[in-house]
Design a protein around this ligand. Structure first.
Ligand code: URP
Ligand code: ZN
Ligand code: ZN
Ligand code: ZN
Length: 463
């Protein structure tokens, strides 16, 4: 068995920071010890002096190759997982989609076929329920047993993904029974569609109107509603891509009542705003996603909620569409712009920048980006931490390196960066996935197909 020793770094987990050497054997972490206190031999020694040694990131919300609005997300599992690795993420949880008129299993099989044998890092699946009925409700139990323990339901996108309140309640009741976690895209899609129609009739066709019709109040209303439905069902609920401070207030109120209510936000809501959506010459289309970007005032509420654990996770909702040929489908009609932003490669760096800027501390960085998502979605302690027995998914991170984010240098298969020109302090240097070096001092040394599917257990989300 190959032994790798990582020496002299500052090991950071969600709970501790210690100067320690990390011994890796057979794809797992086997021991940690203070530098100089041991005489471990290894096939390879990686010098991490002056660097951080952190768990590989766990991005619990991505959409590789997702079909949307007549096109599909531009990253494949091959390109997207490689970009993730470059950015220090070593596990993705992507969303398999139940086809209309089909079963959950069919959707899962389709997504397995896309990902099988091409991924650079490990991956798992959530299931998007497009149709809640007797058959799909029954199927939930079997999926949970087979390692798909979370289900996304939508109060948005009428005619596509929207489930009505009764369907959401039934799925939550089933989850209360089988231990699954229901994730919700919380926006009032029926009301939004009325506002879209009215805006277009008034001639409001530019990308910035996407942000105006998808009102914060309608995110808050749907967030409140799914929380109450979960309470009635006696189930936990996890609200994805929270962007509005009014929605954060709903989560906080529920958590203050002691309800098992959780939330995720994404880098785009922390670093970008409606100012980006308003960029001229249709450039705003690059920033069209749902929930939408909000005015910058919302960001401070999101940062505070991340500090106070009212939001637990930062995922990317990586769903890239090229500006040329894809975002352009919505020229002259913002409602036809494919929804989604690239970001899988940028999350760890942007959140490290948040450490530099003082929004969060280093352990909280690791918690929201690695440990909490692993716990929430049944991957911990295999993923998301550095401990004896855990997978050796490790990142050597240089906290002093300076870089400029740009489409010219990123590895995501998309023709723009949502963070073009942004200077950040900190950079991924070396990445191990189950003990294999996939990025070696900023050189790719891994291979497509190294990554394997990871069946998940039930989440445990105390706190
Ligand atoms: O705009 C987004 N978020 N696209 C991806 C699909 C979703 O709703 O998460
Ligand atoms: Zn969504
Ligand atoms: Zn999404
Ligand atoms: Zn655990």
């Amino acid at each position: 068995m190959t032994r790798t020793l990582i020496t002299g770094g500052l090991v950071i987990t969600a709970s501790d920071e210690l100067h320690a050497d990390v011994l890796v054997e057979g794809g797992r972490v086997v021991a940690l010890a203070t530098h100089g206190s041991h005489d471990w031999q290894a096939d390879r020694v990686i010098d991490a002096a002056q660097k951080y040694v952190i768990p590989g990131g766990v991005d619990a919300h991505t959409h590789m190759e997702m079909p949307f609005g007549g096109t599909r997300a531009s990253d494949t599992f091959e390109t997207g997982t490689l970009a993730a690795a470059w950015g220090g993420t070593t596990t993705l949880v992507d969303f398999a989609i139940q086809p209309k008129g089909g079963s959950l299993q069919e959707g899962l099989d389709t997504w397995h076929a896309k990902a099988d044998g091409v991924c650079a890092i490990d991956y798992a699946f959530h299931m998007i329920m497009s149709e809640v009925n007797a058959a799909s409700l029954k199927e939930m139990d079997r999926l949970v047993e087979s390692g798909v323990s979370s289900f996304k339901l939508f109060t948005a996108y009428p005619g596509v993904f929207l489930s009505d309140d009764g369907q959401i309640l039934r799925a939550m009741q089933r989850a209360a029974d089988n231990g699954a976690l229901v994730m919700t895209h919380a926006e009032n899609g029926l009301a939004i569609d009325v506002l879209v129609e009215q805006a277009l009739a008034r001639g409001e066709r530019d990308p910035r109107h996407h942000g105006e019709v998808r009102k914060a109040l309608l995110e808050a209303e749907a967030t409140h509603r799914v929380i109450k439905l979960a309470q009635v069902a006696g189930a936990p609920v996890y609200v994805v891509h929270v962007s509005a401070r009014e929605a954060v207030a709903e989560l906080m109120r529920a958590r203050d009542e002691g309800l098992p209510v959780y939330g995720e936000t994404c880098p785009q809501y922390l670093f970008l705003s409606t100012d980006n959506l308003a960029e001229p010459d249709f450039e705003g289309a690059k920033y069209v996603c749902s929930t939408p970007l909000r005015p910058a005032e919302h960001q401070e509420t999101l940062w505070r909620a991340l500090r106070t654990n009212d939001l637990q996770v930062v995922s990317t909702d990586h769903c890239p569409f090229c500006f040329t040929g894809q975002k352009e489908l919505g020229r002259g009609d913002f409602s036809k712009i494919p929804n989604g932003l690239p970001g899988v490669e940028n999350r760890m760096d942007l959140l490290h920048q948040a450490v530099v800027d003082g929004h969060i501390d280093r352990r909280r960085w690791i918690d929201i980006a690695c440990t909490a998502p692993a716990r929430m979605f049944g991957l911990h302690p295999k993923k998301g931490t550095i401990a004896p027995g855990s997978d050796a998914d490790l990142v050597i991170y240089d906290p002093h390196a300076e870089q400029t984010l740009s489409a010219a240098t990123h590895h995501m298969n998309v023709d723009y960066s949502a963070y073009e020109g942004r200077r950040v302090t900190g950079r991924v240097e070396t990445v191990l996935s189950r003990g294999s070096v996939v990025i070696d001092n900023r050189r790719h040394t891994g291979r497509a197909g190294h990554g394997v599917y990871v069946p998940r257990g039930l989440g445990h989300y105390a706190g």
